[in-house]
Write a protein that binds this ligand. Sequence first.
Ligand code: ITT
Length: 184
Amino acid sequence: MRLKVITSNSGKVNEYREALSSFSITADPVKIQYDEIQSSDPEEIVRKGMDHLKASGISDFIIDDSGMFVDSLNGFPGVYSAYVQETIGNAGILKLMENVSDRKAVFLCCIGCNISGKDIMVTGKCDGVILEKEAGAEGFGYDPIFSHDGKRSLAEMPLSEKNNISHRGNAVKLLVKEIEKMIR
Ligand code: ITT
């Protein structure tokens, strides 16, 4: 099976390639500009994105909307994660977290997948904490400041190890279960 991975983010492409290959699914990266609506609900953002792509005649694809939600910042940056990463970046988040003792955060990844005209939507999560400083050179985005075990950041893990515990890796596991139900 082949699925188009529609994203502008090459880090996501690498993760999908690795995660899907274990299930004999080939990920073909495709860059298509489509408008992401503003919403506080990642599933709504994905649903509207899928509708837009299907209306343009595109099928057999994956899109995802991901975000990091920090408890002590009332869920910020959450659905604004892309904008916040581009503007204040990891250094800005660390600044906001100075002298904050509750460092709990969660990463969510909502995947929308269209296969043979049918839609599947799943959400994976990864609980963790915001580290005191950036660490590691792997991955992308918030990986250097987010840690699942409170010790190593996601950017200190090889890609396959991140996929084992990450929001996107967990979403892919749920997606594959749904695909298996669909083709059974
Ligand atoms: P597309 O919408 O084109 O897929 P994007 O990078 O804008 O790419 P998102 O809106 O889903 O994707 O991501 C929101 C932000 O969160 C963005 O800055 C990402 O770099 C970051 N992000 C997403 N997944 C991440 C992950 O697994 N690790 C670290 N940062 C991540």
